[in-house]
Ligand binder design. Sequence first.
Ligand code: BTN
Length: 283
Amino acid sequence: MANDHPGCNGTEKGKEEELNLDLIKSGLRSSLFGVNIVYHTALGSTNDLAKDLALRGAPEGTVVVTEEQTAGKGRRGRSWLAPSKTNLLFSILLRPALSPNRVFSLTMALALAALEAIEGETGLLCMIKWPNDLYVGSRKLAGILTEFAGKDRQVDWVVLGLGLNVNWCPEEGKGGSRFSATSIFAETQEKFARNGLLVQILKQFESHHERLLSGGGDDLYRKWNEYSLVLGKEVVIESEERRISGKAVRIDENGALILEDERGRVHVITHGDVSLRLFSPLS
Ligand code: BTN
């Protein structure tokens, strides 16, 4: 397959290192996410293990991280493939006092946190493609898989799993999803230390998470709209039950997409099991 990523054709710069639990823990010394980090060199899926731990009473803030997944999962029953020791693959367990309809504001907060940490650590600017992806131009850089369970109309646990293509070269074949993929390396021609990037994503997310839960999420809400790739564009939303097309107007405080169809009717699309396609290709 032809490869048009400049990074994969250029000379490699930068630093590549294995994940190091001590380094990650010391970067998160005063963080909720530094208290219970579960690290395995390889496992099935970080989301599956985090869910398992949630059911066995693991505390809020548990992070599961690995170098390799043998059964990595994407949304809508897809798989998530990533070569070993190259990308970031982790899941966060939360037990927020939220009603289920607000869970996807956490997905947006994580997308925003990752976007900001990537820009801060590497200088690469990406955009959020609702409902759960980060894109650079027309290529997918990262995806989030959000799973949760409720009890008595309250959320019991939420697992947010992030797969971020860091030092992987898309030319290498496997990786990401069936969508045209990219990586930080492919975009910047530099390899980056994943330990530092993971720490920054988690720190940034912790601050967003605190703000969301304390009712101070206005700034986040403004930012996830500012960095949204789809607003003002004609889109098609598809799920098992329905297909709606219209213009993406905004993403609301709960992480739902507000869409206006050609008859002027307004639809509130919650994440659920939907996919979003743009009418015209991204550029
Ligand atoms: C998507 O774009 O469909 C979401 C992809 C989410 C992939 C991550 S990798 C870490 C975590 N564990 C999984 O099995 N999936 C998520």
